[in-house]
Design a protein around this ligand. Structure first.
Ligand SMILES: [Fe+2]
Length: 219
């Protein structure tokens, strides 16, 4: 089995603020993560389990690096998929954001603040037990990811995502990103995530009655 890189050439010339040079470089990097994921999986299929070791061993190193390559692939797809201006959304994610943070503006300010936390990813996700939205920061592609959360909005804050077009002007990149955010995709992701409530099967449902303080969206 191998993963195939998805085609995002429809984005070229269609994202105000983003040059073809910037997007092509970013897409090339994304394809590198797809290739890396396939290479690691191939090697694991021909594994030597006896080489597993905490200190060092090829098998263990492959296991450690798979989430980096895989998340690098998967998060880039979520990122490119949630870019495209001028789409019609049904307002379901917008409504959830307003309920959680009191306003879209407040949510965006939380995203921007999280984006300044460091290079990596900013993800607004739905916590599947309580259905609370939460904006989280993920370093590299895997450090800080919270279990039991489903990504809705994914923002790439690695410098390669904006340096060609925006240099060190993160705010200009964030403004362009927000202008190109595909709210229709966010609606679809939100509706799919909100249709599920994950319960720990060994436990009574916990925190299901948890109610967020009005206007107190996390992040
Ligand atoms: Fe990236």
């Amino acid at each position: 089995m191998s993963y195939e890189a998805r085609d995002y050439t429809h984005l070229l010339g269609n994202l105000p603020g983003f040059s073809d040079e910037q997007l092509k470089a970013h897409l090339e990097l994304y394809r590198g993560y797809v290739k890396g994921t396939n290479e690691i999986i191939d090697k694991l299929e021909n594994r030597d389990r006896k080489a597993a070791a905490y200190a060092f061993g090829e098998y263990s190193e492959l296991k450690r690096r798979l989430p980096v390559a895989y998340n690098g692939m998967w998060l880039h797809e979520l990122y490119f998929d949630n870019l495209k201006p001028d789409v019609d959304d049904d307002g379901s994610f917008r409504e959830a954001v307003q309920k959680q943070w009191s306003s879209v503006k407040d949510w965006k300010e939380g995203v921007v603040a999280t984006a300044k936390t460091g290079p990596g990813w900013v993800i607004t996700a739905l916590e599947q037990t309580t259905h609370q939205l939460r904006t989280v920061f993920v370093a590299e592609h895997h450090i800080g990811w919270m279990a039991n959360h489903t990504p809705i909005m994914v923002l790439d804050m690695w410098e390669h995502a904006y340096m060609i077009d925006f240099g060190i002007e993160k705010t200009a990149y964030l403004n362009a990103f927000m202008e190109n955010l595909n709210w229709e995709i966010l609606d679809r992701r939100y509706r799919a995530a909100a249709a599920e409530v994950h319960k720990n099967v060994s436990d009574a449902p916990r925190n299901l009655n948890y109610v967020h303080a009005a206007g107190g969206g996390i992040g």
